[in-house]
Design a protein around this ligand. Sequence first.
Ligand code: EPZ
Length: 429
Amino acid sequence: MDSIRITGGNELHGVIPISGAKNAALPLMIAALLTDETLTLSNVPRLRDVAQLSHILSNHGVDYAVNGKRNGQHALAGQTISLTAREIVDTTAPYELVSKMRASFWVIGPMVARMHEARVSLPGGCAIGTRPVDFFIEGLTALGAEIEIEGGYVVVRAPGGLKGARVEFPKVSVGATHTIMMAATLADGETEIVNAAREPEVVDLAKCLRAMGAQIEGEGTSVIRIQGVKRLHGAHHAVLPDRIETGTYAMAVAMTGGDVLLQGARGDLLDTALETLRQTGAQITETAEGIKVYRNGNGIQPVDVTTEPFPGFPTDLQAQFMALMTMAGGSSRITETIFENRFMHVQELARLGAQIHVDGHTATVDGVSTLRGAPVMATDLRASVSLVIAGLAAKGETTVSRVYHLDRGFERLEDKLTHCGANIQRISA
Ligand code: EPZ
């Protein structure tokens, strides 16, 4: 298995192009199931999760084409893909595929909306917690679907089609909002989603669905209204920039010191995280080209954070921020409120010399002046990248194993960092 070897201590200077957002690309690809015409998506990141989802969608009968590069296109530009679900040949999403990527469960919404039936494997637990699907089941039931759990599968039928309804989530869920919004586009009548997720990726999906002919309003607020239509058509949509990749590299610069332009990044997608970084002492300016992050020789100030749904501090940046806080000049408290088990990076950061004490959902981080390189590994994507950030700032050599986690969500991570002066290589086993 590949690993990443980092010799820490270099500042980062230069330009990092920000890729399209993984967590927008995935639901956008799934939206292709709603129409028999072609959905073309540009700025799609080249990631393992995207490849895995294309495989899952092919199983349902979706034709997937990656368009070639155009003249004058930047070598690092995201890919343009075309998805055509002319005919859905199989309404079953099998366990072998769904268990590899949780977001593939979301096909249940478009499939039942268009085919009036679906059989989708329960995704199972994952490294960051149990992650149930009760909101999806309650939401689809409210839209008139009949649901049974059979042999580990959610079997959903809506013989006369889905009917618009009021769906109120007990807690904000990104995936349940994506799924019910997609399902409601083809339902009969109006659906109102209350306590909807306000994440930028939900807004991006709503924009794409509207370009496909859906009638949606209120995305980006906690009430989304969808007026069902008879059919959707093809469209072209560009995936928005990845706010988590943006925040990750911003935290890397805040930790190592240096001066980097995060090209194509949009500050409005991560205001809270950028404001938190400013409080740690990093200077952040937004320009027409992207976001500039700068930290000179000054120390890192400790700052407390609590993860929250958007527009709060994102859970997907919690591990990276904890890495930064391990070298702050004092103590900080980091509270995770979204997932029950998202502190697996703590023990690995401790291997680099970090001082962290976990009590329930809160980690207290006592900053140290030096981290020292060590072999580490992680069990999820964001935890893995937090170890990369810490390794960039640590003295000596850090080896991060289980790199396949990073490949799920960070496009050409080592190339982007090498271009800014990091000493980082992938070692093929
Ligand atoms: C999305 O996951 C993201 N994944 C996650 O990013 C992200 O951490 C998460 O939203 C929160 O922002 C993708 O977009 C592909 P949720 P999702 O439903 O939709 C509970 C990454 O690293 N819940 O918003 O699966 C759930 O257990 C990934 O890129 C229920 O109880 O998350 C959690 O506590 C990791 N019942 C909370 O809601 C349900 O039916 C929020 O989860 C659904 C969710």
